[in-house]
Every structure is written in C-alpha cells, then in structure tokens.
Design a protein around this ligand. Structure first.
Ligand code: M6R
Length: 612
C-alpha cells in the first residue's frame, strides 16, 4: 500500500519522480507528493487525487534538484488532504520523509515532541517520525545522516518502509525497512529507490532488496546497507526479470482489460518447462522435496487473502478430487493469530500475487515458527514471500498492474491444477489419467483464447444489467470459488452488492434477496448436478429474478429458463474453473466501465496490502 520512489544522481529528479509515481499509482491513489533538494532547501509539492494532478502542478514547480523523494498515498492515519499527503517535513524543514506502513506508537512520540516545542501540521503518524529525526539531529549535530535516522528508528514500533531527505546532506538519501518492501536500483552515477520494481525497471535491471531491520545510505555512485543494530550486511544483487513493456497499456484502454487478454500467455508461462518427459505429470524445480517426502505428506494447508484465497479454495477442490490429499485453507489474516494445530506432515503453501501482503507474510512466519515447511506461490520474483519461504513456485504471469487481479488468478489456478496432477501421480492416479490431465493443461492457452472471443457478447449482456444493484453468483463444488471470485471482482470495480454462494445454499437464506432488481449468475459448467442447478434456476425465475447462465452444455433449453446465456467450451475438470471465470472477469470489467468508474483504480483499494 502506498508507493515510494527516490532518486539521487545527476539528472533532474522531478521528472523521474513523477514517472515513478505514475508506475506506482496502483499502490495507492488518494494523493501524491514529492520533495527535492534544491540549492540547500527542501522544496515540496503535494496534491490530492491522482498523480496527474501532481504532474500538472509540477509544470510550475521550478526546482532543478538532482535528489528527491516521492509518494503516492493510500490513507491510514488522517483524512485524504494535501496536509496529510507525503512527503512530511519536519518542523523547520530540515528533513522530508515518505513512509509506507503504520507507526503504532506515534502518539507517545508526538506527545514527547510537543513537549519539546515541535509543531505538527498533519494528522499522520509519519510526521511524528519526521520530527523525531529532527530531534536527534538537533541533539547531536555531528552525527552522520544514517546515524540520525537509525537512532530515531530504534524508538519506533510498527511497520515502515521509509525514504528520508535532509537539507544538509546534499547527495544522500536514507532508506529503511520493517515489513514494508523497498529496493535499491543500481544505476550508473545514479541510484533509484522504490517500494516496487515497476518504478525501477525502466532505469536499471540490477537491484538490491532491503530486508527487514536494514537501513541504507544511498549516494549517486555508492550505497551501503547495515542493520538497524549496525551489523554489516552482505550485499546480494538481483536481476529484475521485468520488461518495461510489462507496465505499458499496449493499446488497451485499461490494465484490467489488457491483463484479461494476457491470460493465454500468462498460463503458458506458468506451465513452461514444468511437464515430465513421459507427459503424465508435472515438476517444479522450486519445490525442494524428494520423492519420498512428496509421498509422505498427509495434509496440505493453503493460506492467502482475497483473490489468492479463492485460488486456494479452488486448489482444495482440485487436489482433494484428483490427488485425494486432505487440504485445509485459511484466510491468512485469521491463521496468523489463531494458534491452529498443525500436523508434522502438513505441508504449508502461502499464495500471493505480490509476495508482499502482510497478512500472508504473517501466516508464513507463524507456520514456520511451528516448524512446518512453507512453500510459496507468488508472481513477483524476489518479493518478501519468495525470499522467506523454504521453496516455491513462481507464476511468471508478468507484471499485474490492475488492482483487480485477473491473470494472476488464472495463473495461480493453473499452478494449483498442476499440483493436483503432481500429487495425484504420486498417489493413485494412473498413467493414462495423468496423460489426459496433462494434455488438457497444455491445451489451456488455446481454450482461453476461445473464451476471450466472447468479450463483445459479454459487453452487450453487461449493458442490460449495469444499472442493477444486487448480483448473486452461484456455483456448486469447484464452481463455488469461481462464484466468490466473480462477486469479488464486481464489488471491487463496480461498487455493487455481489455475493458468491454455493448454489444449493440459495434456499437457506439468500433467496430472500431475489426480486426483479436482483441478477443471479449461475455457473453451470459441470455436467454432474446440472439438473439440480436447473431446479435452482427455476426457483429464482419463479420469484421474478433475472438469470444469466454460464454453461458448456447444450442439452438444455437455456434460453427458455434464463434471460441470457454465455456458452464456454467444454473442457477437462482440472481446467474448467479457469475457463469458467473469464466471462465473470469481462462481466465485472464492462459493468464497472458502464457505470463510469476508473476500473484500474477502484475506490478505497490498493494493489498490495502491506498494512494489517
Ligand atoms: O498480492 P496478493 O495476492 O497477496 O493480494 C491478495 C489480495 O489483496 C488481492 O487478491 C485482492 O483481493 C485483489 N484486489 C483482488 O482483485
């Protein structure tokens, strides 16, 4: 949540900061700001709203400094206002700071500083840290910049990723991290720091990720990393696998639509090189488990949040059906505080597109603390979750910029389906069944292309329903997680009431919502239990509700019993959820657009949730 960028080098900092903020905007977009050091003075500019407001204002901001920091905000403390936007300056303007995270003990710090005659101009927790840094500077003027910030941070409880500018430190930025990501992009005569690789990728591919409890001093030609307790850190360089084109629109009006259409490639990448030679199973180089260990696993536990949680729920249906291993799933935010009993032979997976979600990270640490092996499924190479797990699987879906996750979800489903095949073949799945499954997976990109061809048809359907306020998504068994995901997408970007419900549960309560103003979307893509679903559709129709059916079965006269039908290809059960969810992604996208919303920046949301 929130995006941080910083530059120190020989070029004018402003434009680089604005460019970085645009790329970070999906992290938060309540307000944005920057500060540059120009001729020994910290000059700052802030605007409420999107980065383009800041960019417009910056045309009249005549400061040519070659060092600066910027921030795009997702509010935690204090309303959305220019005063609360970052950077925050210390009283007297000696320091400017941008901050992601929450300083939990900011009130006692603020009270202490008020007692020392500091004046506060915002409602934020961050301003307390800006003034605390100034306090340490005023107290011991001969300290180095890194020492001033280090001393201040030793008093801070909570989470942070920070970048600090000091008016007397002309070519130095200090950054530090605790539970909020930061990386340093190493350039030639310049260094860039950011909370997210997307802001760095166009300048350099060589990066250093900061670990929790580390603090770094960044100059144009050098940088040094130490721990908060002054221990030296061995620098580990990483190569970014991002392409600049990953963060371009490539002719699409929105990232969300672009990413829906990128699904065949994302799925292809998730599978590349991961089938066994005999064509009946899968393999993952990142899972450090010997054959015997794979066979001795008695239970799997998956933890995740939001869309990734829905992927895990789908994984439960797939793995239990095809591999016959019991699977538990938990919202990571619940698991981390629940003290759940874990069996010795339980293998834990955490799933996270960003690899930075703080609740998922909390679940990971909790499971490790209990002595279990924890694997990750994540899209961002080098992310905190990727580095903290004992092994795992990269999605290779490419950068996902849309706040509403689409291609990352189907890529997670692909990997979970491949895991079902892997575990199945280690248990009682025979060779021929494994081959059929693997064949279906390989055909997936092509089948997804077919579904993408339904875009215009679904847009026309969305036109008929976009003014409605209640949407129920109904699915049985493995289509229940798809119903949940369809509802989440619609809530996120169209701001309407939407619920995902196991179809048969309808009559146990939610049927009370059915009226002419409610749309029920039935995901009827499994042959089994189809007749029962038809009965449920009749129950809705009998109460005047609108019905849309997604199906792959042409034996039933759907047009007679529903208002609209979307026909998708009939496929193997292991890939059916992927085929079934794509119409729902389009549906949510078009409803959001027709209602006039900015689908790439839905209100109140941010791409990566790094606060609890
Ligand atoms: O990066 P993660 O996969 O850990 O993110 C988890 C959720 O915050 C995320 O899926 C969220 O629900 C999305 N906005 C869904 O579209």
């Amino acid at each position: 949540m929130c995006g941080i960028i910083g530059y120190v080098g020989r070029k004018q900092a402003n434009n680089i900061l604005i460019d970085g903020l645009k790329r970070l905007e999906y992290r938060g977009y309540d307000s944005a700001g920057l500060a540059v050091l120009d001729d020994g003075t910290i000059c700052s500019l802030k605007r409420v709203g999107k980065v383009r407001e800041l960019e417009k204002a910056q045309e009249h901001f005549q400061h040519n400094g070659t060092i600066g920091i910027g921030h795009t905000r997702w509010a935690t403390h204090g309303i959305v206002s220019e005063g609360n936007a970052h950077p925050h300056l210390s009283d007297g303007s000696h320091f400017a700071i941008v901050h992601n995270g929450i300083i939990e003990n900011y009130l006692p710090i603020k009270t202490f500083l008020l007692g020392k005659n500091y004046t506060f101009y915002s409602d934020t927790d961050t301003e307390a840290l800006a003034n605390l840094i100034d306090y340490h500077y005023q107290k011991e003027k001969n300290l180095s910049f890194v020492e001033i910030v280090r001393k201040s941070l030793l008093h801070v409880e909570g989470t942070y990723g920070i970048a600090v500018l000091g008016k007397m430190f002309k070519e130095e930025i200090i950054v530090a991290r605790k539970s909020s990501p930061l990386l340093i992009g190493i350039g030639d005569g310049e260094n860039i720091i950011a909370s997210d690789a997307s802001a760095i990728a166009r300048y350099t591919k060589q990066v250093v990720y900061l670990n929790d409890g580390e603090i770094a001093s960044i100059h144009p030609d050098t940088f040094s990393v130490t721990t908060l307790y002054e221990g030296l850190v061995d620098t580990v360089y990483h190569e970014l696998d991002w392409e600049i084109s990953d963060v371009d629109f490539k002719g699409y009006p929105h990232y969300m639509l672009k990413e829906i259409f990128e699904q065949p490639a994302a799925i292809e990448n998730a599978m590349r090189g991961r089938f066994t030679q005999d064509g009946s199973s899968t393999k993952f180089g990142g899972l450090p488990l010997a054959s015997q260990e794979l066979c001795s696993i008695e239970r799997l536990l998956f933890c995740a949040c939001g869309t990734a949680y829905h992927a895990c729920l789908e994984g439960k249906y797939l793995i239990e059906r095809y591999a016959r291993i019991p699977v538990d799933i938990e919202h990571a935010s619940e698991f981390r505080y629940r003290n759940a009993p874990l069996g010795r032979n339980t293998l834990v997976f955490v799933v996270s597109q960003s690899g930075e979600t703080i609740d998922t990270l909390g679940a990971l640490y909790e499971a490790k603390r209990k002595g279990n092996l924890v694997m990750g499924i994540t899209n961002v190479v080098g992310s905190t979750i990727a580095r903290a797990t004992d092994g795992g699987i990269y999605q290779h879906a490419g950068c996902e910029m849309g706040v509403a996750s689409t291609k990352a979800f189907t890529s997670q489903l692909t990997i979970l389906s491949m895991l079902a095949l892997l575990f199945g073949r280690r248990r009682d799945m025979d060779y021929a069944t494994g081959q059929q499954y693997a064949h279906a997976l390989r055909s997936l990109p092509e089948r997804v292309e077919e579904v993408l061809g339904l875009s215009e048809e679904i847009r026309l359907i969305a036109e008929r329903y976009y003014r409605m306020e209640h949407f129920l998504f109904l699915g049985r068994q493995g289509m229940y997680p798809i119903a949940l995901e369809g509802a989440l997408k619609l809530k996120e970007i169209a701001y309407v009431h939407a619920e995902g419900i196991p179809t048969a549960e309808l009559k146990h309560g939610p049927i009370a919502l059915i009226s002419e103003g409610a749309v029920s979307i039935f995901i009827a893509t499994q042959k089994e239990l189809l007749e029962k679903t038809v009965s449920n559709i009749q129950e809705v129709r009998a109460r005047g509700g609108k019905v849309v059916v997604i199906t792959n079965d042409n034996r039933i006269e759907w047009k007679v019993i529903s208002d609209d039908v979307i026909v998708v290809p009939e496929v193997h059960g292991g890939i059916n959820p992927i085929i079934s969810v794509i119409p729902l992604q389009f549906f949510a996208y078009y409803i959001g657009i027709l209602r006039g919303y900015d689908v790439d920046r839905p209100r109140n949301l941010a791409k990566s949730v790094t606060v609890e």
